[in-house]
Unconditional design. Structure first.
Length: 259
């Protein structure tokens, strides 16, 4: 079993737990989580873009994403290209696995345009209905994490999911390599890599890099709430503070100052 770092983020009436796997599973899965609402009022949260996708187990209650109801059962999520908003009604309980970018396509072999119920073939292939039944038998968010971690360990291996050339390209963009340099020391041309990104991530290399830049800057700002925004813009590769603010509005649906 891979070691899991757990983070309880609970507030009155809203119980949320997040775990970040390490080891080989951590190369495939960026987060395993569970959330439950016990208060009478609904809970609304923002979901910032991470260029990833995932699987959600909608166990009970009413849940909506951007105003659209989330189906009950095992749901495949579309690639997250910009911020979304989720609302959980009283009594709702959901859990899920969040894949790293491109991994969902490697696992499921398809993209979805909206949150969609898993196909019967995929449900059978990955034993997902059995996992759904097991999750529904408990309201313990910590136990949900253990169930999903055990299932994911048995299912996924990075070597079987992501082509080496795509993994190298993703790492390069996360290190601020120019998208125009991706084909250097690669078996594919620049045009071929752009087609790979479109197929696996439903976006261009440039858009992926924009999302990663926003993600890193947002994480920094949450930990350094009094940071100078002009300095942060320079640190994370924005041309200036105004450029950073425009990018945050376009992708995160917020501003650095609000964060």
């Amino acid at each position: 079993m891979a070691a899991i770092k757990s983070n309880n983020a609970a507030e009155p009436g809203f119980h949320f737990q997040l775990a970040q796997p390490s080891g080989q599973l951590g190369a495939v899965v960026q987060g395993i989580w569970s959330a439950m609402v016990t208060q009478t009022e609904p809970v609304a949260k923002s979901l910032y873009s991470d260029a990833g996708s995932g699987i959600v187990f909608n166990l009970s209650g009413e849940v909506s994403v951007n105003g659209a109801p989330l189906p009950q059962g095992v749901v495949v999520l579309p690639v997250n290209k910009r911020a979304e908003h989720i609302e959980l009604a009283s009594g709702s309980c959901i859990a899920g696995i969040r894949f790293h970018p491109a991994i969902s396509f490697g696992v499921l072999g398809q993209h979805v345009a909206t949150p969609s119920l898993i196909s019967p073939e995929q449900a059978q292939r990955f034993a997902l209905l059995e996992v759904l039944t097991e999750l529904q038998q408990t309201r313990d968010t910590a136990k949900h994490l253990r169930i999903l971690e055990s299932w994911a360990q048995a299912q996924f291996s990075i070597g079987e999911v992501l082509p080496d050339y795509l993994a190298v390209a993703l790492r390069g963009l996360e290190s601020d390599m120019s998208p125009g340099q991706l084909s250097a020391n690669q078996p594919l041309s620049q045009r071929q890599l752009e087609r790979v990104f479109k197929a696996w991530l439903e976006m261009t290399p440039k858009h992926y890099q924009r999302i990663m830049r926003i993600k890193k800057a947002a994480l920094y700002l949450r930990e350094h709430k009094h940071a100078n925004l002009a300095d942060v813009a320079a640190q994370f590769g924005f041309s200036d503070q105004a450029h950073m603010t425009r990018e945050f509005r376009a992708i995160a649906d917020t501003t650095p100052g609000k964060l």
